[in-house]
Design a protein around this ligand. Sequence first.
Ligand code: ATP
Ligand code: MG
Length: 574
Amino acid sequence: MRVSQLFNPTLREVPAEAEVISHQLMVRAGLIRKTASGLYTYLPLGLRILKKMEAIVRAEMEAKGGQEILMPILQPAELWKESGRWEAYGAELMRIKDRHNREFCLGPTHEEIITDLIRGEIRSYKQLPLLLYQIQNKYRDERRPRFGLMRGREFVMKDLYSFDRDETGMDESYQKMYDAYCRIFTRCGLVYRAVEADAGAIGGTGATHEFMVLANSGENAVVYCPECSYAANVEKAECHPQIIEDVSPEGPRKLVPTPNVKTIDDLVEFLAVPKTALVKSLLYQGDEKLLLVLVRGDREVNEIKLNNALGGFLSLQLASPEVILTLLGCQPGSVGPLEVPNELMVIADAEVPLMKSAVCGANKADYHFVDAVPSTEFRINKVFDLRMMETGEACPKCGAPLKDARGIEVGQVFKLGTKYSKALGATYLDINGEEKFCEMGCYGVGVSRSIAAAIEQNHDDYGIIWPMPLAPYQCIIVPVSTKDALVVETAVNLYLELQRLGVEVILDDRDERGGVKFKDADLVGYPIRVTLGSKTLANGQVELRERKTGETQLILIKEVAQQVKAIIEKALLF
Ligand code: ATP
Ligand code: MG
């Protein structure tokens, strides 16, 4: 390819709405353009990168025995109703109607479609295990599409589904995919961690891991143990109750005036007590139900754990001040667990009943209770681990203090068990002729998001630094003196020679100043640059520069092609 013919509109300025560096650089380097919120057009270089990522994913899926298929994006509502997810998936599902008023959705994932396929085709244990995958656009009406390709409403995903005879088989398929994912992200040169995670809307009963590319811009908080292999999304990280050596109550519980106290901080200051002496009481609304949630004053409620503890799929949110006023007769800041209506369910984090004495709201403006005893005086219906993990807490596996990091979720693997095979009736006859449900797993890679994640980890002030396996072209040739016939001719010859050697090479044949060409090459992030100028060429030499290190060396023109090839081969070794 010649840059003069390439459709690659680069920009010097940072696009106003691009918050994260990968989004800024993808637009500036002319890789993508926005069509509408969460929808992007891939320009030629962007598409080359996407195809490379796809090829890596495809190769690793094939290596584990995955077979590629392609399912429809448009999916009939009936299948989603059969699995129960038409309701449960909520507002993220893009729903549409055809001319006959029949309902469809644009697939956010394909468990229903593939299970429907399998129930029609699989009869015998001899046909299992089966690993089927596709690479395709997915659609999710995200609450906040943002960060360019990172959170789109349309995005490219690889989704593989495994069907096994029994749990042992499912565990093996899971391990295969886990290993394949490690290979994919290592091969792309990414620094990542596999973390224990929550199953979210996909559901299922068994294990699930998320693959997190570590980057400060990541939307996920993860904790990991520097001593052992434990790592988890904070949404999931299991917390052990920490007992505070607090003082016993000074006497029976008392109602004390707390004028103008609205927040936890106000209360701490007014009563001169630590946050750990308080109980935070929050009224939540889930579907039609109301529930009171209690955590210690220094803790935050983990809504994912809360939702799971309640069986999942409640659209949980904090109750509005109007609802609180009607039920408890007070403002949100005065809510407390004592003397609440009998029908109100009270759920406490595991630390609350361990507190010897507590300060809590009194459901009455300008008053709080002090010296309340949670274990005997609170009417608690259920106790769960409901709080957010904090940095420095003990590792649940080995006890060492945990560290935290931010991560971009680039993939997730799930053990589904029989959730979908039961809902849709995907059975087979086992060796004894008995009918059994298939044991399933599903495994997603965010192909387009992975590209953005790669940029988050590989860039500098001048632009992108592509890891070799993802680079749109591996090498760019830059003739700086385009008026010098020898320079131009040598550059073209080198270009042809590299092509013959199988190098993905691009020639910047534009009639531009060297500085302009260098800036664009650095912005786009080609891993190798070969520069030809009149002076060095007079000595038979060209300059070879690696984008990653910025190091340059002068090399004899007759040796440069082999050298470029060697650098590429080394970088692609895996
Ligand atoms: P998130 O928590 O980031 O919304 P998810 O857990 O809902 O993602 P999965 O259902 O696990 O996503 O989908 C598999 C993979 O698809 C994710 O690991 C992620 O890399 C990618 N992905 C999910 N949503 C998006 C999106 N809106 N834009 C780009 N990639 C996405
Ligand atoms: Mg996920």
